[in-house]
Design a protein around this ligand. Structure first.
Ligand SMILES: *Cc1c(COP(=O)(O)O)cnc(C)c1O
Length: 365
């Protein structure tokens, strides 16, 4: 059902993107377009290839790239566009493909949040030359850490195989990976989100956990980019893949429950393309007062996550220039980062937890 998903398993999603860029021969003097309202992993991979990231704003009230803005950012140096399907909401691929057609620009789909969302009845991840996936915490299939590159273009296969053969197995501690995975399975429950999150941040800053983000440093290429997926994580992924239909059904059920149950004036749903069939990874909501909503959610023990809290999450304004993002260049992304929260979609979202969420949200003004 997901052909090619396990052909090029990598240490992380960003490593898969890097592999794709490398296979396309993209490097210094090239530009790669991506949307603002993304995570650091994406520009990190682009910069690791030597190319320059160029940011495009998102649609107003949406979470994905605005095709009109894309048209304006294409230059003779543009070699690829990373099309992100944020939260599983398909990007507006029709106009994006029209704009890039015949210009020698590769389409790379960022499917970190989605396996089965469709656009015009076609599964996302199958539109571009290549796509990449992530199997980290919070993604639809959790292996712990890991990524995958799917190469759709037959022309690219040979180069991808060559690039992939250079990757090594990670030598990191299997015990640490095992403990981290066990701790997540044991501790993660949506009503424990806030205390567990605080603990996670504390342990990460002590170096006891593998954090999500590498320091931004131009001169040193992270070792991550030379690594495949570990055997431990591959095993976890293959287990999850056996349950992929069940997981997808659960995602649809929980998203539909949120859609039907939320009637709060404090939040509004995000805009989705009309021709989309979305399998949500999380359920995004635009908050009229995000700070207050988060404060109350912590008290009510309701999980409200903040990806992405900045246009290049988790970079603060002072750090944006490190990844070539200039403040004010993508106003919709900046506004969305200030307003967006998202609800969890996973097996821990029980009917009882849904009621807790509705009780909380529907009384917020
Ligand atoms: C998580 C994520 C990535 C990167 O995945 P890693 O496995 O952390 O490298 C890329 N893009 C998006 C949209 C993501 O959410």
């Amino acid at each position: 059902m997901l052909p090619l998903l396990t052909d090029f398993l990598s240490y992380r999603g960003r490593v898969a993107l890097h592999l794709i860029l490398h296979s396309l021969g993209i490097g210094s003097n090239d530009e790669v377009i991506l949307q603002a309202f993304t995570c650091l992993a994406v520009p990190e991979a682009i910069m690791a290839s030597g190319a320059q990231p160029v940011y495009v704003d998102i649609c107003r009230n949406g979470v994905n790239m605005d095709p009109t803005e894309l048209a304006q950012r294409i230059s003779p140096k543009t070699r690829a566009v990373v099309v992100q399907h944020t939260f599983g909401v398909p990007a507006d691929l029709g106009p994006i493909l029209d704009i890039t057609k015949g210009k020698g620009i590769a389409i790379i789909e960022d499917c970190a949040h989605t396996l089965f969302s469709c656009y015009r009845s076609q599964r996302v991840g199958s539109f571009g030359e290549a796509a990449f996936y992530s199997f980290e915490w919070g993604k639809p299939l959790i292996a712990g850490i890991g990524g995958s590159a799917v190469i759709n273009s037959p022309k690219l296969q040979k180069e991808a195989k060559k690039s992939y053969s250079r990757l090594k197995k990670p030598t990191g501690s299997a015990l640490k990976a095992r403990l981290q995975y066990a701790a997540h399975s044991l501790l993660y429950r949506p009503y424990l989100y806030w205390p567990v999150r605080d603990l996670y941040h504390a342990l990460s800053s002590l170096g006891l956990l593998t954090g999500n983000y590498n320091p931004v440093n131009k001169d040193v290429l992270s070792e991550d980019f030379s690594l495949t997926m570990s055997d431990f994580h591959k095993k976890r992924l293959l287990e999850k893949l056996k349950k992929v239909e069940e997981i997808t059904e659960m995602q649809r059920r929980v998203a539909n429950a949120y859609k039907a149950g939320i009637s709060s004036n404090a939040v509004t749903p995000v805009a989705v393309p009309v021709e989309a069939d979305t399998v949500y990874a999380r359920y995004p909501l635009i908050a009229s007062d995000k700070t207050e909503l988060l404060r109350q959610a912590r008290k009510a023990r309701v999980e409200l996550a903040q990806w992405y809290a900045t246009p290049i999450h988790p970079l603060t304004k002072e750090q944006w220039s490190l990844v070539h993002y200039s403040a004010g260049s993508c106003p919709n992304a900046e506004n969305m980062a200030d307003a967006l929260v998202s609800l969890p979609i996973n097996a821990g979202v029980t009917p009882r937890y849904l009621d807790r969420t509705f009780d909380f949200l529907n009384k917020m003004k």
